[in-house]
Design a binder for this molecule. Sequence first.
Ligand code: TUI
Length: 307
Amino acid sequence: MKTRITELLGIEHPIIQGGMAWVAEHHLAAAVSEAGGLGLIGGANAPAEVVREEIRKAKALTNKPIGVNVMLLSPHAAEVAKVVVEEGIKVVTTGAGTPEKYMDMWKAAGIKVIPVVASVALAKRMERYGADAIVAEGCESGGHIGEQTTMTLVPQVADAVSIPVIAAGGIGDGRGIAAVFMLGAEAVQLGTRFVVSKESIVHENYKQRIIKAKDIDSAVTGRTHGHPVRSLRNQMTREYARLEQEGKSFEELEYITLGTLRKAVQEGDITNGTVMAGQIAGMIEKEQTCKEMIEEMMEQAETLLGR
Ligand code: TUI
């Protein structure tokens, strides 16, 4: 399926992997790119040299393009922004903030810049600053989220900008892809489905928690302080919600979540750890290779769209 995004990025299928913290490392990124999508290394809070190593390891596994997600709240964001240039990365997505200050440097290096946004206003601002495309991410997504749903955000962003739109949040199969194409998207970004891929290094407990999840197992914490985060309900989210209701400060709440995503992803502590996942977790049934996932989804989407 050819769209402005497949042309822009030089990829076969209009599927991008999310830049998930602790999850989007070189094995996953290389597997998604090898399967014809765009794999991303997630910079998250990692030091720049760690990101550099991940880029090099991914490049050793594939000759296809790979991208990097720069998480703008990271204390290392400015250094990671330079590392992507030094390592010859050609596609950067950004999350959790606005990348204006890096835009000139990236554009000068020939990097395609794709900010992830959760509102029309920010999408328009990013287009004005020279973004090549935009990811419109609805609150069905896992992790740090905005307020709008994918259903409402994607068409409004598609109407507001002329650069191509990539839809994210709540998409996990070919029906989701077909649906957001009807809303004006020209590609999708998937996170949760790829977490349970065979190539994903996430702890088996985490994968099984997603596979077993029901539709209603998703929870959002942190709304009171304007930092909503979506994950699967467990001891951690219940404790957080209790402290949030007690009126604990943002700093106190941040403190109790420190290191809990890593604990779930790497140690498999899905009780006291943070199991970030999108609302689509309830629909995800099995572990497959990235190639199997992408081929299955594209076949289903193409049939539904009559292409
Ligand atoms: O960034 C994400 N998802 C993330 S980042 C992350 S690491 C983290 N963990 C806990 C708390 C905070 C961060 C986990 N998941 N998605 C992309 C995204 N970006 N969603 C929403 C936004 C966003 C929000 C505000 C983009 C721009 C923005 O701008 C505000 C401003 O004007 O600076």
